[in-house]
Design a protein around this ligand. Structure first.
Ligand SMILES: NC(=O)c1ccc[n+]([C@@H]2O[C@H](COP(=O)([O-])OP(=O)(O)OC[C@H]3O[C@@H](n4cnc5c(N)ncnc54)[C@H](OP(=O)(O)O)[C@@H]3O)[C@@H](O)[C@H]2O)c1
Length: 424
């Protein structure tokens, strides 16, 4: 029986999950891999009680790369510095590399793709985007016969959990966030999650595979969920929509949209039904038409599931270029400024009640510049909070209209974007 000898860097939430799957599912994995998957060495900042004492322990993770008994290294440390040092040393020494590190792949993906080819080794990262939900394999191999036209994805379980809690239990953002932290869904410093950065890392990776371009994290427009209010959620609900934090990708021919923002999605739309901490990716592909994957996007065993699937592929010699094509074919991404977006908008205006006539308010405010499809209102003593759902507009035009509203009538004006997929 062939052996695949593994070095595991990181024994935290995900590392422990990998350890557990390799231990409890050894027989199943052996049959599927046509090899025995043997964990020979690990590294963490401190030793763990659960470790089998026969397994070597390295204090310095990079030492795993110099161990001749190791064929493949799994990196679940996180961060850029040690993780990248380990990756470079591992590939230099002919070892294969599996990681769940989305920041590293999103920010340095092109350089890593070149390194992968130069070293004739391989870098796999199924767990980096949606953990147990196999979207990398789906985009790179399963949909290889398609152009990806557009996708809308919920890629951060913490944010989805918070938005679901707010809606179902009528909670303010801060209270829902605290609950997510108490339940272990959100980190004590939740900035990367709630500001949309984690989602943007994952979008950059998926969009690179979808479009055959270099990951373009630095060019992305990113908004998080931290400014979504319970009033936004109630008004959206009255109009027949939910609010979801979406990673959006649209192939516009010469250019594309890649952006992260909280968006209104119709209650009847499949992706709006994905609640709590689940992830989902709704994709329109040129030949396959619509496709949606839903699953766990984080957690110990779910994330380890994606990692171990990569190990099984490696054991079977099923490798592919990181982004599905040779790095020389990866083009520069031409991403439109978000002000060029064309779509519907949810406008939220705080209106001086004395001056407002609810019946013809939309006409007074927008004249013929905007068509309003639906409206909802919340009465607030001396003011009315109004939500208007517009027809399709260019974002720059919406910004101009909002800037020029009568300031005696309108005390504040904000907007959210609306995504209607009409998928299934
Ligand atoms: N958690 C999830 O659900 C999830 C989902 C998808 C992807 N990921 C990604 O998976 C990676 C790991 O996440 P995690 O949640 O497992 O993190 P974690 O619980 O904080 O674990 C990190 C592990 O790395 C070890 N470590 C840190 N610095 C090290 C160093 N310089 N040398 C050796 N070991 C070091 C830590 O050692 P000690 O234990 O001794 O402190 C710990 O065991 C990250 O890239 C994350 O983005 C996580």
């Amino acid at each position: 029986m062939k052996k695949l000898r593994i070095g595991l860097a990181g024994l935290g939430v995900v590392g422990k999950g990998v350890y557990d799957i390799l231990t409890k599912d050894a027989k199943l994995l052996e049959v599927r891999s046509n090899a025995s998957l043997e964990l020979v060495a690990v590294s963490a900042r401190s030793k763990k009680d659960f470790l089998n004492p026969k397994i070597k322990f390295y204090e310095n993770a990079v030492d795993l790369a110099n161990d001749p008994e190791i064929d493949v290294i799994i990196e679940v440390i996180g961060g850029n510095k040690t993780a990248k040092d380990l990756l470079q040393a591992a590939l230099k020494n002919g070892k294969k590399f599996v990681t769940a590190n989305k920041a590293l792949i999103a920010e340095e993906g092109f350089e890593l793709a070149q390194l992968e080819e130069k070293s004739q080794s391989c870098i796999r990262f199924e767990a980096a985007v949606a953990a147990a939900t196999p979207i990398i394999k789906t985009f790179r191999e399963g949909l290889a016969a398609n152009e990806i036209k557009e996708f809308y994805a919920i890629l951060n379980g913490t944010c989805n959990f918070i938005l679901t809690k707010m809606k179902n239990e009528n909670l303010d953002f801060a209270v829902a966030l605290k609950e997510a932290q108490d339940l272990g869904y959100a980190e004590s410093d939740p900035t990367f999650d709630i500001k949309g950065i984690d989602t943007a890392h994952k979008l950059a990776i998926l969009a690179a595979i979808a479009s055959g371009t270099k990951p373009a994290f630095k060019q992305l427009h990113i908004e998080g969920v931290d400014e979504v209010t319970i009033e936004d959620i109630k008004l959206a609900d009255e109009l027949g929509y939910k609010i979801k934090l979406l990673a959006t990708y649209k192939n516009l021919g010469e250019s594309m949209q890649q952006a992260v923002y909280p968006a209104l999605v119709k209650n009847s739309d499949k992706i709006s039904q994905v609640d709590s901490a689940f992830n989902a990716i709704l994709t329109k592909a040129s030949n396959a038409n619509w496709n949606m994957l839903i699953g766990s996007g984080a957690g110990s065993l779910p994330t380890a599931s994606g990692i171990v699937a990569d190990l099984v592929d490696i054991a079977n010699g099923r490798t592919n270029y990181m982004f599905g094509v040779k790095s020389e074919h990866l083009r520069e991404a031409k991403i439109n400024n978000i002000s060029q977006r064309f779509g519907k908008y949810f406008l939220k205006l705080l209106i001086n009640k004395d001056l407002a006539q609810k019946t013809n308010l939309a006409e007074v405010l927008f004249g013929s510049k905007l068509q309003i499809e639906k409206a909802a209102f919340i009465d607030k003593n001396s003011e009315i909070l109004c939500a208007f759902l517009t027809d399709e507009q260019k974002e720059q035009d919406v910004l101009d209209i909002l800037k020029n509203l009568d300031s005696n009538l309108v005390k504040s004006a904000k907007f959210l974007r609306v995504e209607e997929t009409n998928s299934f």
